[in-house]
Design a binder for this molecule. Structure first.
Ligand code: LLP
Length: 415
């Protein structure tokens, strides 16, 4: 297997069948493959669409915090959105400056807040009055002034999957927007807090602009009102959430979304902050996997069993998410309806049910598409399955950016 540092030529740098076969032969399957140029293009599109409007694109590391991806986006000029101290530390190691990092999280522990204060992050996105109290006390003990944005909940339905919708009043995230002015007022009386922003994030994989724009309008209105009250709001953080099309259905483009935001913010004097995850990396990753078995009994379903499972890619099991699947070297023949399933002893370990699949035989190489976001990042080691390798194809070559975990790696934590 290739060491993480060595690189191999990737003809034309497109992810074509030959290249994918070569990668699978070299690193084995399952394996994640990312396309660096595609991530860069996605970043440029978003950044450019803001035009002259003051803005900062904070990559939501939770989508994919592999160092190679984080570094690549840093090199493009991105800032970072972290949702745990682990992600803050990854951002620092990837070269992000503390004042380019915003830190969100519904349950930040004391040690996390202490570290965030010590680092003087760009903003700690605070989720409750209780958290403000704790943060104030920590900042006072530290003798500093913490920059704070308040995460508000605008009670807007993101019209996405309920598991990834966060903007309704009964969700655990943020404070109800109508309570925000009083909380900001309270902040102005805390000498160790400096309120500089308003934050909102109503959900993920949102495929219509309407809820995103409505949320943006409501926080803009709040920020304007706060500024009139003399509070030094500098930025509005519109969160992430823009979806991608997994199945080819029309979906708003990142440029359309950003142009809509820029239109709202232009001329207000506020800086627009966004925290895209999926829109930057989702389409730039695929999961290479091989068919292990094809099971078909008379009168029963046809099961294509692959070597990737919910351990590598949780999205289908968790949200019933659709991902396109293709054979790397298609065989001639009709599509046959079947279930594409993983090897794990859970009935939710299914990638596709009743899907017309190409003719497949054991050993065939497949790609599961659009897994650059929330794929590897949500991977785990159930059944003692090792974390898969990650490969970056970039600038005409490919390299292993994370090797496959070994049992010894896993056991290092045990007695
Ligand atoms: N900002 C905050 C505060 C967030 O909670 C999230 C995502 C983002 C930004 C980035 O959202 P994006 O632009 O990627 O939609 N595991 C799920 C998605 C969970 C999203 C959680 N928060 C999935 O696989 O669809």
């Amino acid at each position: 297997m290739s060491a993480p540092s060595s690189s191999h030529p990737a003809a034309g740098s497109t992810l074509d069948s030959l290249l994918l076969s070569a990668i699978a032969d070299a690193v084995g399957t399952p394996a994640y493959v990312y396309h660096g140029d595609q991530i860069r293009r996605a970043y440029r599109t978003i950044d450019d669409a803001f035009g002259e409007v003051p803005h900062a694109v904070h990559y939501a590391l939770k989508a994919n915090s592999s160092l190679a991806v984080a570094r690549l986006l840093r090199a493009e000029g991105s800032a970072a959105d972290a949702n745990s101290m682990g992600e803050v530390e990854i951002a620092l190691r990837a070269g992000y400056r503390p004042d380019h990092i915003v830190f969100t999280g519904v349950g930040k522990r004391r040690e996390e807040l202490e570290r965030a204060v010590a680092l003087e992050l760009l903003a700690i996105n605070v989720e409750s009055s209780g958290e403000l109290d704790r943060l104030h006390e920590i900042a006072r003990a530290h003798g500093s002034i913490a920059r704070v944005a308040l995460r508000v909940n605008p009670n807007i339905d993101a019209q996405s999957h309920p598991h990834i919708s966060t903007g309704l009043r009964d969700s655990k995230f943020g404070v109800p927007i109508d309570l925000a002015p009083a909380i900001f007022d309270e902040m102005t009386r805390r000498p160790h807090l400096r309120p500089i922003g308003v934050h909102v994030h109503i959900g993920s994989q949102i495929t219509t602009l309407e809820p995103l724009v409505r949320a943006a309008e409501s926080v803009l209105e709040l920020a304007t009102r706060l500024r009139r009250a003399g509070i030094g709001i500098e930025h509005i953080d519109f969160g992430g959430g823009l979806g991608i099309s997994y199945d080819g259905a029309p979906s708003p483009t990142p440029a359309e979304y950003v142009v809509a935001l820029a239109g709202l913010v232009r001329g207000t004097g506020f800086t627009a902050v966004i925290e895209p995850g999926r829109a930057l990396v989702g389409a730039a990753g695929l999961l290479l996997t091989r068919v292990v078995d094809v099971k078909h009994f008379a009168g029963s379903r046809r099961f294509v069993v692959i070597d990737a499972g919910m351990t590598e890619l949780m999205r289908p099991a968790l949200y019933g998410a659709y991902h396109q699947v293709d054979a790397v070297l298609p065989r001639a023949g009709e599509l046959v309806v079947g279930d594409l399933v993983g090897p794990i002893c859970e009935s939710t370990d299914i990638f596709a049910r009743n899907r017309p699949l190409p003719p497949l035989e054991a050993g065939d190489l497949l790609v599961i598409r659009d897994v650059g976001a929330y794929g590897a990042a949500m991977g785990h080691t159930y059944l003692r399955r090792p974390l898969p390798p990650e490969v970056m194809v970039d600038g005409g070559e490919w390299r292993v950016t994370r090797r496959r975990q070994t049992l010894d790696d896993m056991l290092r934590l045990e007695e």
